[in-house]
Design a protein around this ligand. Sequence first.
Ligand SMILES: CC(C)(COP(=O)(O)OP(=O)(O)OC[C@H]1O[C@@H](n2cnc3c(N)ncnc32)[C@H](O)[C@@H]1OP(=O)(O)O)[C@@H](O)C(=O)NCCC(=O)NCCS
Length: 164
Amino acid sequence: MTSEALAETSTRRYGIYRLSETDRPEFLRHLLALDRDGRRWRFGVAVSDGIIENLAKTLPLEPLSVGLIIWGELKGCAQVIRQGTSADAELAVSLGSDMRGRGWGAILVDQALALAQAKRVRRVDIQYLSGNTAMHRIARSYPGTSSSDCGEISRQVQLDLCDF
Ligand SMILES: CC(C)(COP(=O)(O)OP(=O)(O)OC[C@H]1O[C@@H](n2cnc3c(N)ncnc32)[C@H](O)[C@@H]1OP(=O)(O)O)[C@@H](O)C(=O)NCCC(=O)NCCS
């Protein structure tokens, strides 16, 4: 790790921050720490460590990802993944199991969507498995339309109708 990256990491002890490429090792560590259920909720299936290692290399962290950092450790993140240069994107979010149910997920999603709105993203698709009550409540708190197919729900959030 370069001294610059170290300095940046050491100043981020608590809070929600935009993520950058220097956070990729922490991002991988966070995803690998998800338990079986967390992986299933996040990726739709309980993916193996090997698949997570590949995904963590390719999922874009810049410019539309935010992370929750506690004691300097990445405990959760929300990513808006843009489809090319279009105004459409997808959102994915995950929190360590010890951090769930305390409002952090809702805050991370809000921050990531606000960032995306500022970058002129117009629509964000949030996909989650039916039965994921916390994600359902978060997704339904934004204006948009929902559809479901084979146990998976898709919420198309209209960012131009959101007031952050
Ligand atoms: C989905 C996830 C991000 C939600 O974050 P969270 O911090 O646990 O949720 P919050 O505490 O912000 O709660 C959001 C809402 O869900 C409700 N909620 C939270 N946990 C709940 C539970 N176990 N059962 C029922 N409702 C729950 C809260 O009361 C809140 O509702 P409200 O806004 O109407 O008051 C988190 O649980 C997670 O990381 N899950 C694994 C990955 C995942 O499911 N990703 C989604 C697909 S990309």
